[in-house]
Design a protein around this ligand. Structure first.
Ligand SMILES: Cc1ncc(COP(=O)(O)O)c(C=O)c1O
Length: 378
């Protein structure tokens, strides 16, 4: 526990909360949480389930109809060869990632993580007693394939990939996925593919890693409902992978959470139906991405390219003499806008993460405040 780091984002959040408690109007661009309400058909399904008394324990791996629906989604949309036995429903995808790391990584084993990366991966590996080998990108945010190849050794058990990526919004190309699959299959390394942002995609396609031929028995695909369906507070996600790995993860679930909340599983089943209005949310995210990229490049203190997915920007700070922690503090203290230092995602001290999962009105106000604060600084 002493080796475990507190979440870097929480430090900022503590400061935000304390400012807010003093009545300061902080625009929060640090949290990765869609501002939309959960679509009505999903809420109604949960409500109905509760009124019908569906409020007790369920099978630990999840209700059969939801496991089947997830398997069907993964077969038809993602090209994965999975059945009910390959699927585990979990309280949030974070829990699925945690189980997978705990099930696969033993004391002294290594895990390769291309960076920038979501900070929790590293801490999960620390809990399991493993060591992370971080591999920074080579050009822009594309993964350094050769760097990853040379980071893999006889102690490597797992590689954790996340595309579309948090914090960069980068989406791996087909060539990159194929090259990574070759590394995994040559070295028989498991791959945890975090695809939580798969539907938040503005251009091109985002292929599921497990659909690349040759790695079918090595990939654990993780996805969830938080981001696509604005369901962060419901805590529901899933993993799909080889039966033995899923069975091991289910044992961890049996002895910790027992099962995900019963009526939330019914809500998740409704979310997967084609009637859920996902498209309007994606189009709104696209509008915000376009606005924010243009505005940040115009301000002059940042440089950013339009990412293809997720709802984050990871702009480079072009202003001399200020690192990511100082920039985030400046934006918070002078502009009352909260962002996350790039430090938190693998030591990117020249970048900050900005989430645009906030309303257009708030984004416009944030940009004008940031501009004002930077002008004042000179
Ligand atoms: C990359 C990534 N994976 C997983 C999660 C966890 O999502 P959930 O709410 O399903 O636990 C997040 C949430 O911020 C995320 O950004």
């Amino acid at each position: 526990m002493l080796n475990l780091k507190e979440s870097g984002t929480l430090k900022i959040l503590d400061k935000v909360k304390s400012m807010q408690s003093k009545g300061v109007d902080v625009i929060q661009l640090d949290v990765g949480e869609p501002d939309f309400d959960t679509p009505r058909n999903i809420v109604e399904a949960a409500h109905r389930a509760m009124l019908e008394g569906f409020t007790h324990y369920t099978p630990s791996a999840g209700i059969p109809e939801l496991r089947d629906a997830v398997a069907e989604k993964l077969r038809s949309e993602n090209g994965l060869d999975v059945r009910r036995e390959n699927v585990l429903i979990t309280p949030g995808s974070k829990q699925a990632l945690f189980y997978a790391v705990m099930a696969l990584v033993d004391e002294g084993e290594e895990v390769v993580v291309p960076t920038p990366a979501w900070p929790s991966y590293i801490e999960m590996v620390t809990v399991a007693g493993g060591t992370v080998r971080e591999v920074p990108p080579k050009d822009g945010f594309s993964p350094d394939i050769e760097g990853i190849r040379s980071a893999v050794n006889e102690r490597t058990k797992l590689m954790i990939l996340n595309s579309p990526n948090n914090p960069t919004g980068y989406v791996y190309s087909q060539e990159e996925l194929r090259a990574l699959a070759e590394i995994a299959s040559d070295s028989r390394v498991y791959v945890l593919s975090d695809e939580i942002y798969e539907r938040i995609l503005y251009e091109g396609e985002s292929r599921s890693f497990g659909s690349i031929p040759g790695v079918e028995d090595l990939v654990i695909t993780v996805n969830g409902f938080s981001k696509t369906y604005a369901m962060t507070g419901w805590r529901i996600g899933y993993a799909a992978g080889p039966r033995d790995v899923i069975a091991a993860m289910n044992k961890l679930q049996q002895h910790s959470a027992s099962c995900p909340a019963s009526f939330v599983q019914k809500a998740a089943l409704a979310a997967l139906s084609p009637e859920t209005p996902v498209r309007p949310m994606i189009e709104e995210f696209r509008r915000r991405r376009d606005f924010l990229c243009g505005a940040l490049n115009r301000i002059g203190a940042f440089r950013v390219e339009k990412p293809r997915g997720a709802f984050y920007l990871f702009p480079e700070i072009t202003l001399a003499g200020i690192d990511s922690v100082q920039m985030c503090n400046l934006l918070l203290e002078e502009a009352h806008v909260s962002t996350t230092p790039g430090e938190a995602f693998g030591g990117f001290s020249r970048n900050i993460r900005i989430s645009y999962a906030n309303s257009m009105e708030k984004l416009e106000e944030a940009v004008s405040r940031i501009e004002g604060a930077l002008r004042k600084k000179g």
